[in-house]
Write a protein that binds this ligand. Structure first.
Ligand SMILES: Cc1ncc(COP(=O)(O)O)c(C=O)c1O
Length: 414
């Protein structure tokens, strides 16, 4: 069975009961389903099958090497957002010509690395960055492949912290500025403008922001083509949202593909997509054990667990909602509760105002849809070691990232 489901009443991942893994590895623990990762990758790929495209898995969503390797084996290319993510991509087996490099504020060293590796495209975020790429390429006697990131001034409709395409956001540049820049730099010997890039945010659940974003780069590509500047690809970024809450309205992959392809098809340009959350989010859960139960004055409970904002920061950072399931539910009356972590911050809440089956100290809970922007956003705050990660494949499972030890954590200290 693909993904997370109940066998009898026990929550399992594929053929593996979750309590077995928690007993063996301890908690907190991130668990990923290989089948979900691969199924979702293929579903997205198939939606674009009748148009030339490359799915560049957004490593930022989940950069655990085993996960990134699965993506490469499935046929993905890579989207890196830092020098570190370029290294993850290379170690996972991607070749430089399969990597696009995005990110506001790329350092000199990161640009040197990307230029000398010869990545498929450096998505340039500003005229200054284009000049720096040009200077580096000239100094090394190479021609750098660049794409220009457009900020189309679009409201993504998602949380402001994960919206990137409004004019007040730091990302990209206006189409007018990009146009002027590309035409003035088109003849440079050491720069080749190969594409345009847009990414207006993450967890986008309606089609309009994506349609407007794609239209912005299609319009500019069409203008440039008329002026004799031919591009190779259009990079429409990531952003496709998932349903964190039961019944939450989202776009289907087919609706997404239809919107993108309707806008892009007439250009004939190869399509680059940078999906992250849609592939990895539903492939993971965070397993955590109840360490205490405390009655609140209003009759509700604090269910205090051993995972917190250091293991999953999305609720504290964005007010994000994640489903929470009891792995082996007990019989009895449900309780009203807040599921909170042990970190010394009142924002350390994994789920507020929840109704759960009765729980006792030692019971296991599974926080759902944590495969993207979960483990990768972990921190050592409160000197808490980073959780282990497990990949389940059918009836088998293995630790793909061991739990950090106190010695690991302190090894950088004097
Ligand atoms: C430039 C870029 N590409 C791709 C992504 C992946 O987005 P998502 O995980 O929403 O698909 C992001 C994330 O915000 C991003 O910043």
């Amino acid at each position: 069975m693909v993904g997370f489901h109940r066998t009898q009443s026990l929550l399992s991942c594929e053929g593996v009961p979750l309590d077995t893994v928690a007993d063996a590895v301890g908690t907190p623990l991130h668990i990923y389903s290989r089948a979900v990762l691969l199924t979702r990758f293929r579903e997205l790929d198939v939606a674009f099958v009748d148009y030339p495209h490359d799915l560049h898995y957004a490593i930022k969503a989940n950069a655990t090497l085993a996960v990134v390797r699965e993506m490469r084996a499935a046929g993905a290319h890579a989207d890196a957002n830092s020098g570190g993510e370029i290294d993850v991509a290379l170690r996972a087996g991607f070749s430089p010509d399969q990597i696009v490099f995005t990110g506001v504020g790329k350092t000199h060293d990161e640009l040197v690395r990307a230029v000398t590796l010869g990545v498929k495209a450096i998505n340039a975020e500003s005229p200054g960055e284009m000049e720096r790429i040009d200077a580096i390429a000239r100094a090394h006697g190479i021609c750098a492949r660049v794409a220009v990131r457009i900020n189309p001034d679009v409201d993504a409709g998602s949380h402001p912290h994960i919206s990137t395409g409004h004019r007040s956001n730091k990302f990209g540049m206006t189409a007018a500025r990009a146009h002027a820049m590309v035409t003035s730099m088109a003849a440079r010997e050491h720069l080749k403008v190969v594409g345009l890039h847009v990414h207006v945010g993450s967890q986008i659940t309606s089609v309009d922001p994506l349609r407007l974003a794609v239209a912005a780069i299609v319009d500019l590509a069409t203008t440039l083509a008329a002026e004799g500047i031919a591009l190779e690809h259009l990079d429409v970024g990531g952003g496709l949202g998932i349903a964190y809450q039961p019944g939450q309205a989202t776009l289907t992959v087919d609706e997404y593909a239809a919107a993108v392809l309707t806008a892009v098809r007439h250009t004939g340009l190869r399509l680059v997509l940078e999906p992250g959350r849609w592939i990895a989010g539903p492939a993971g859960v965070l397993l955590t054990r109840v360490v205490d139960l405390k009655a609140q004055e209003d009759g509700r409970w604090f269910v205090i667990v051993d995972a917190g904002m250091t293991d999953l920061i999305r609720p504290a950072l964005y007010g994000a909602w994640h489903g929470i399931d009891v792995v082996a539910p007990r019989d009895g009356a449900e309780i009203d509760c807040d599921v909170v972590g042990p970190v010394c911050e009142s924002s350390d809440i994994l789920g507020q105002a929840r109704r759960l089956p009765p729980v006792a100290v030692g019971d296991l809970l599974a926080v759902r849809d944590t495969g993207a922007y979960g483990a990768i956003m972990a921190s050592n705050y409160n000197r808490r070691p980073v959780a282990a990660e497990v990949l389940v494949d059918g009836n088998d499972w293995r630790v793909v990232r061991r739990r950090q030890t106190i010695d690991d954590m302190l090894q950088w200290d004097e």
